[in-house]
Each structure stands twice: as C-alpha cells, then as structure tokens.
Design a protein around this ligand. Structure first.
Ligand SMILES: NC(=O)c1ccc[n+]([C@@H]2O[C@H](COP(=O)([O-])OP(=O)(O)OC[C@H]3O[C@@H](n4cnc5c(N)ncnc54)[C@H](OP(=O)(O)O)[C@@H]3O)[C@@H](O)[C@H]2O)c1
Length: 342
C-alpha cells in the first residue's frame, strides 16, 4: 500500500567534519537522493519531527571511546517521529505514526526492529520524542526508581529548563519534594517557577549564583540531578547533604570540552556519606509502557506539562537547531519540525 509521493527527493544529513566547539551548520552537509523503496518486510517512513539531543555532540567527537560514534562522511544518527507512507510489513499500515531510528533524513526505509509505534491518542506525535519519549522517561525512572526524593526533601536540578531537567523537576514536585532549578537565563528561571511549579530557579550566569543556591538550600541538598557536569556539578557537590544522592544523568558541558574534567569536590561525598550514581534510561526499556500509562493520567489531570520548543525547517535546518540547543535557546524539548508535519 502506498501514500505520499516518490517524486520528492530524500534530504539526508551527513557529518562533514569533527566540530571544534559547539557544532553548527559548517560541520554538516546535506545530500539529496531518490526516495528509497521499501523491500520485503520493510516500511517507508516520512519524517515529521526530529528531537535534538545534546549527546550528539559527544558522539561526533574525534574519539572511539563513546558508543554510537558518527564519523565524518557518516549519516547523522537521529530518531524521527513520522508517518508510515508505504508498508510491506504485516505490523505496520500506511498512516501509522512511528518513531524511526534510521538517521537524520526526510524519508527512511526501516526494518520492523528500527520502529516504535506511537499511539497519538496517548500524546501528540512530537511528544514521543520529548516528554512522552526518552527525555521524559529518563526523568521518570531517574527520579522515581533511583533518586526517590521524599516529601520535604530538597532537590537541585542542573540543566533544569531542558528536555530532561524540566520533567525531572515536575516529577520531584509530584513526589512532594522542594525543587531548585539551575539554568542559563532569567527568562528560563521565570518559566520554571511560574509555569512548571519549581520552588526556586537560579541563573547560573549570575556572578553570585552559588551564594543564591546556598541561601535556597540552608539544610543542604538531598538530591542533585545533574545534566551538565563541569563547574556547575563541581560547585553543587559542596552542598550535598547527609546520605544524599548525586544522579549523573548527563554531562552536556563536557561533551563539547577539549578535555573532559571530573569534579574536584568529590571529597564532600565522603564527608556526607553521599553517593554519586550513573544512570542510563535504556536499562528500563521493558517498563516504558507502564511509565507512559502513569504519565498519561498526570497529563490528563494537568499535573504535568510536556513543553516543546520548535525550530521549523527541512533537514538542512537541523545543524542550526543543534547549535541553538547548545546556545540554550530551548525551553523544554528542542524539536525540528519538518514541513511534512503540517
Ligand atoms: N542518562 C540517560 O539515559 C540520558 C537520557 C537522555 C539524555 N541524557 C542527558 O541528559 C542531559 C540533558 O539532555 P536534554 O535532552 O534535556 O538537553 P537539554 O537540557 O534540553 O539541552 C541542553 C541545555 O543544556 C544547557 N547547556 C548548554 N551548554 C551548557 C554548558 N556548557 N553548561 C551548562 N549548561 C549548558 C542549555 O541550557 P541553559 O540555558 O540552562 O544553559 C541547553 O538548553 C544531556 O547531557 C543528555 O546527554 C541522559
């Protein structure tokens, strides 16, 4: 069965060079190819949205140390939320909405194993890349299964206005904790407090941000949910509380650094009998459906919001959207919305 048109070209994004600093348009190139035809057992997906993930900056480094490396000349890794427009697979029909993890391109031929169905009656398609997708699930399992904040405890979320951080803060509020967010602008601080219910938000670009944090957490921090690493994590560690948890969700500042640095202030973990813990959401893959079911009820009763920040354009707009992610433009999930989504 077929829908859509094959006379259109497939725009594909390739890495041109290993980026120096924040990755941007000069580091990528777009090539055009014919829209491929699906073979036996395959489907053709039309991309509607891409999620922009900070971790892309990690995997385009000149290093084989990290999984999923993308080298110059490779198609850029990425997951599209899109629509099946041709299907030779018994489980997928034309018109189905799916996540397709087949790289940054406007059309892709996928095997069944590369697809995840999206029930858009549960959440709009784009949210399957953001708050209802890996970003929200990361926050969900990291908070409820690892950090487990208790009512009245104080949680610091670093990178609080991003895709994972804003959801982590909202889940901590549901758990009854007091939430402090650190982010990079006053506009984002206002948004975290007034729109998402954070108790306090601090702009880490203020010279006295650490003093503001000390004042906001007079009894120290029970949980540090860290998305950024570097100087912010290092300074935060001095305020970890007795038997506190430091959850290492991500290290956005280090992905772009020439030389990655660990925190000097780890000594506070010993003094405070605290623990620092790694976390990877994929360990919870068999529980995603149950988490989404629970999240659906919170979305329906208004307990949580799934904020998105849209950059519109074709595949060629992906590099600029990625640069803007690192410049901190996004409130919530940074998404590239392709013309096919309209
Ligand atoms: N462990 C897991 O399973 C898992 C899963 C998904 C994502 N992650 C990680 O979680 C982290 C957050 O991901 P996300 O998708 O939510 O990204 P994001 O927070 O939506 O976007 C990145 C944000 O980081 C901030 N930022 C950029 N450069 C920075 C720097 N040098 N220092 C401090 N902040 C900087 C910017 O906001 P400001 O304006 O606040 O600076 C920007 O908006 C990433 O490190 C990602 O790799 C981990």
């Amino acid at each position: 069965m077929t829908e859509g048109s094959n006379e259109r070209l497939n725009q594909q994004l390739f890495l041109k060079q290993v980026p120096d600093g924040i990755a941007g348009p000069d580091d990528f190139e777009v090539r055009e190819a014919e829209v491929p035809a699906p073979g036996e057992g395959q489907v053709l997906v039309e991309s509607h949205y891409f999620g922009l993930d900070a971790a892309l900056r990690l995997i385009v480094r000149d290093s084989d140390e990290f999984l999923f490396r993308v080298k110059p000349g490779d198609l850029v890794r990425g997951t599209a939320a899109g629509k099946v427009i041709e299907s030779n697979h018994p489980d997928y029909q034309v018109g189905d909405y799916v996540l397709a993890s087949s790289g940054v391109q406007s059309y892709s031929v996928c095997e069944g194993a590369e697809l995840e169905p999206c029930d858009v009656s549960q959440a709009p398609l784009e949210d399957w890349l953001g708050g209802f997708g890996v970003s929200g699930l990361t926050a969900y399992f990291a908070i409820f299964d690892e950090c487990k904040p208790q009512p009245g405890q104080t949680v610091l979320v670093n990178g609080a206005a991003g895709a994972v951080g804003n959801m982590a803060g909202q889940f901590c509020k549901l758990a009854g904790a007091r939430v402090i967010g650190l982010t990079g602008s006053n506009e984002k601080c206002d948004w975290l407090v007034n729109e998402l219910g954070f108790d306090v938000a601090i702009n880490y670009r203020d010279e006295d941000w650490y003093e503001q944090l000390e004042k906001a957490a007079p009894d120290r921090l029970d949980v540090i949910f860290d998305n950024v690493g570097g100087d912010i994590l290092n300074a935060s560690l001095k305020l970890i509380g007795m038997r506190g948890v430091v959850l290492l969700c991500g290290s956005t500042s280090q992905y772009v650094a020439d030389e990655m640095r660990g925190p000097d202030n780890y000594i506070w973990l010993g003094t405070m009998r605290a623990r620092m813990q790694g976390f990877v959401v994929f360990d919870y893959a068999d529980q995603y459906a149950a988490a989404r079911k629970r999240m659906s009820t919170w979305i329906a009763d208004g307990s949580i919001k799934l904020p998105n920040y849209y950059h519109e354009g074709g595949v060629e707009a992906f590099p600029l959207a990625f640069q803007e992610l690192y410049e901190g433009r996004n409130l919530g999930k940074m998404l590239l919305k392709l013309p096919a989504a309209d």
